[in-house]
Design a protein around this ligand. Sequence first.
Ligand SMILES: [Zn+2]
Length: 191
Amino acid sequence: MRGCSFTYSSIASSRLEEKRAGRSLLCRKGQSGVSVVSNLRFIVDNNVGKLAKWLRMMGYNTLFFNGGDDADMIGTALAEGRVILTRDTRIVKRRAVTSGQLKVILIASDEPERQMHQVINALDLDCQFQPFTICLECNQPLEGREREQVKDLIPPYVFQTQSQFVQCPSCHRIYWRGTHWQAMTKKLKEV
Ligand SMILES: [Zn+2]
């Protein structure tokens, strides 16, 4: 069983339930400046693969497209209403894109932090992200766990120092507050 040095930030229970219901919610600033809920979902091409973890970190349902036929990625994006993130200029010439059926962000930089910056700007995302609602590895909604439930699955010092945990029902990774998470959220805030 692998544990991860990540945190579970405090999430209102109703919010968490909405997440569990499969909706990836995120606050966006509307024109009035009032936060409105967005249910953006993404599919990340393998040429910008690092974006998948960052977006999941922010609480977005994000699929990773591991190569293969472009048509498959486009088909999935259309069927599931996902925004495509890619560096492949051929994708933006596809009819589904030129006709406006499908939104694609053509990523300019090969540097992950600049890539995130571009995505946040392009979609006007408010950085009120929801860490630890989605597994960084397999995109499954995370579930809350009591400290005692994970006692045997985590290092003793983590059991002693942490009180909040979440677990992925698919890969069984456990997440808690840790230095890696702090570094990631700091970077996101900077972006
Ligand atoms: Zn997982």
